[in-house]
Ligand binder design. Structure first.
Ligand SMILES: C[S@@+](CC[C@H](N)C(=O)[O-])C[C@H]1O[C@@H](n2cnc3c(N)ncnc32)[C@H](O)[C@@H]1O
Length: 290
């Protein structure tokens, strides 16, 4: 896409480029150019032992696109995309604004390069940050995300918000207080809000995929972003008491598909779901703050 810069931005002084990052490796799987040699070497090692990651990355982006389109069509006009990654074709604000040009989006990532690229794109598309902004924050500190001035300026938490945590919670260790963190985010949501998640699992995957799953865990364990598989019950638990939007917890490509999936959806090893906070939205129908 023309608007995406083709070169990595200037490197921040405090960044460690001796290690691959999950954000840049994911960009590599998707065929992006915002990665360095260390990420490509790591990505090649992963692809050799876990060829399924390519399908995961493509199917995950397709799930994100379908979910955001569906939400925007339901009238949701505010999106908080946590663990947003390096901007790639079909970013959340672009998808949402296709349905509703007034939609607001705040991107959150703790990876320098992801944030720097998003800033560059927005400097062209929305230089005054009237509808879209990006912040660098660690999701494990919900206050730094929810109380950030850009979050507060662009999102009205008295109205429904779509909280996107797509392919990110498997980077949060059980010891990092996942349940408390998720509860804090869910509590911040008004009735009628949605939570969108996808997450790696080993439960229910074909026998031969167990080897790829083990290799994936082993390879990422040696990076700044170790990964954690969760079973279906643990993944469902992240939604707390939100109501599951049909079809519920399913494989990525089974969530409201818009085309037939050629293959066994369990081979992506990733579950997806959308939850809705019960209740009637207050001030429904109000347009987002300008
Ligand atoms: C696999 S990418 C997913 C990108 C995008 N959500 C998608 O689904 O296409 C995971 C992203 O989560 C980010 N991430 C991981 N742990 C995080 C944390 N604790 N706080 C903020 N971002 C995090 C990584 O930097 C990376 O950009």
């Amino acid at each position: 896409m023309a608007r995406i810069p083709t070169h990595a931005p200037a490197m921040p002084a405090d960044i460690d480029v001796s290690k691959p990052s999950a954000a840049r490796a994911y960009d590599y799987y998707l065929g992006g150019s915002h990665n360095w040699k260390v990420d490509r070497d790591f990505g090649d090692r992963v692809l050799q032992r876990v060829p399924a990651v390519k399908d995961f990355a493509l199917e995950n982006r397709a799930f994100l696109r379908r979910a955001v389109t569906w939400l925007a069509e339901q009238g949701v006009d505010q999106f908080l995309d946590i663990g947003s990654g390096i901007p790639t074709v079909g970013n959340v604000h672009e998808i949402a604004q296709k349905v509703n040009p007034r939609a607001h989006t705040v991107y959150v990532d703790y990876e320098h390069i992801a944030v720097a690229h998003a800033q560059q794109i927005l400097d062209t598309e929305d230089p005054r940050r009237e509808r879209t902004d990006v912040i660098r924050a660690d999701l494990r500190d919900p206050v730094s995300v929810l109380e950030h001035p850009s979050t507060r300026r662009l999102l009205d938490f008295d109205r429904p918000v779509a909280l996107l945590m797509v392919a990110v919670m498997h980077f949060v260790a059980p010891a990092d207080g996942v349940d408390e963190t998720m509860a804090r985010y869910r509590d911040a949501l008004a009735p009628g809000s949605f939570l969108v998640m996808s997450h790696f699992t080993r439960e229910g995957i074909p026998e031969d995929m167990q080897r790829q799953a083990a290799a994936l865990e082993e390879l990422y364990a040696d990076t700044p972003n170790p990964g954690y598989f969760r079973d279906r019950a643990e993944f469902t638990g992240l939604f707390g008491d939100l109501d599951m939007v049909p079809p519920g917890v399913v494989w990525l490509s089974d969530w409201r598909p818009d085309r037939p999936y050629d293959g066994d959806p369990a081979r992506t090893m990733v579950l997806a779901a959308v939850g809705r906070k019960a209740g009637t939205p207050l001030a429904a129908g109000r347009t987002p703050p300008a």
